[in-house]
Design a protein around this ligand. Structure first.
Ligand code: 4NP
Length: 157
């Protein structure tokens, strides 16, 4: 299975979700189930950049080392990946515009739909203009949802 995490800039939420999911896969010894775990953004403003320094700092506190370089999502990604994981409704709108064929939207899921401990959250909120607690919330939400997403994509789902 090939899985792609999507956010707007690909410097905060999706690189974190990508690494969180990779850690969960490793913990579950499910490496053989995933041939590709990646992330991309709906805009290319930050292309080539490492994740936002604040995100990297907060992630490192949880043992996650973000080495991904931002890249914009391409039409080819729609064909290549089996599962495309969006963070919010704006991502979904942009994905619908970008989909080379409407049926490719069947591959797209919303990460917040896999939350178990945060029932009031309907999306993973953009922390870019936020404070430290907003970055920590993204990590907490991604940790919860990535576990449930992994369970759903493997036998435990
Ligand atoms: P992300 O956060 O989508 O979680 O990577 C953002 C990063 C950059 C911008 C917006 C959101 N920006 O507008 O540059």
């Amino acid at each position: 299975m090939k899985i792609l995490f999507i956010c707007l800039g690909n410097i905060c939420r999706s690189p974190l979700a990508e690494e969180m999911f990779r850690q969960k896969v490793k913990e579950a010894r499910a490496d053989h189930r995933f041939s590709l775990i990646d992330s991309a953004g709906m805009i290319g403003y930050h292309e080539g950049e490492l994740a936002d320094a604040r995100m990297r700092t907060h992630a490192a506190e949880r043992g996650l080392h973000l080495t991904h370089r931002s890249r914009p999502m391409t039409a080819k990604d729609f064909e290549l990946f089996d599962v495309i994981v969006a963070m919010d409704e704006d991502n979904l709108r942009r994905l619908r515009q970008k989909a080379p064929r409407p049926e490719l939207m069947k591959k797209v899921v919303l990460l917040a739909d896999y939350l178990t401990r945060f029932p009031s959250h309907r999306h993973i909120p953009d922390p870019y203009y936020g404070q430290a607690e907003d970055f920590r919330l993204v990590i907490d939400l991604c940790e919860d949802a990535c576990q449930r997403l992994l369970d759903a994509l493997t036998d435990k789902g």
